[in-house]
Design a protein around this ligand. Sequence first.
Ligand code: MG
Length: 372
Amino acid sequence: MTTAAIIVAAGRGQRAGGDIPKQWQMLAGRPVADHALTAFAGMQRVLVIHPEDRARADGLGVELVMGGATRTASVRAALEALAGRGIAHVLIHDAARPLVPAAVIDRVLAALAQYPGAAPALPVSDALWTGEGGLVTGTRDRDGLYRAQTPQGFHFDAILAAYRAFAGEAADDVAVARAFGLNVAIVAGDEANLKLTYPGDFARAVAILKGHPMDVRIGNGFDVHAFCPGDHVWLCGVRVPHSKGLFGHSDADVAMHALTDAIYGALAEGDIGQHFPPSDPEWKGVASRIFLADAAGRIAARGLRLANADVTLICERPRIGPHATAMREVLAAILAVDPDRISVKATTSERLGFTGREEGIAAMATATLVSA
Ligand code: MG
């Protein structure tokens, strides 16, 4: 079942202070909107932006929709952009809530099995007053009152119809859904799912981020290529002169393939053959750096970074040592990390087995990814 996420980032809100809208201010080294996008990785994502923010959004690698004059118009534009794509469920989320926990998203999606709409909220726990001129003028019953959060989730066709039928401006998507007669279930929100509104909220968000347990993901990769007639081999992106070549569909860079698979493995996103099928003539003879660059892009898209990688080549010849430094530098450049996070080393198999008989080269790799 296809789920889409609409991240609404078109507002101009200035209450948070700063020279630029809050969703484009930096939080722990990344724009607020980028944090929000990461929370919905793996879904079809649409980012709704103000046309003035195009340059800020272009680098995020997601589909952009230009917002309208109001939030209601912006969401409607995004829903229309997604219409006809076979989407079953849509989550509509404010970019100003960058720390939405995965459990909140899961609860909204789970409720959509039973209801056409679902949204997270927290019961009001403080006493409620009315006031005027600095004096309390009355109290209000807080029973049955909730603080609404996002993402607000809906059956796609139902919320699209609700938006098409709605005239005027609504506070949120739940209001549009209810005006159309849709039932919206309340699921448990989370205090960490705060909306950045005032300058002090950024400090709170940073404190919450620091309290997050670090995500650590380790992957391994293994690859073998057979020797064939030739005068050089490509290993870790370095051309190494040799009395043979390596046979393969691409440039047969066995070490880069093992490392690429280690990263796909850490992400649990398949393997190199799945992303670049050998049956596809497009990848014939290509430089393997294309594969590694794809894996590197997926690390960033998931809000992770490469902490280190370790590559071991298994062969009697050619000798790897004289090229190891150049190899580390090439890999580090593709992965956009410091070379001291990349290890390239080699071993022989004591003349045993296919590597010992010099029939081919084997490579293994380990990659560690951590929260960005
Ligand atoms: Mg290979």
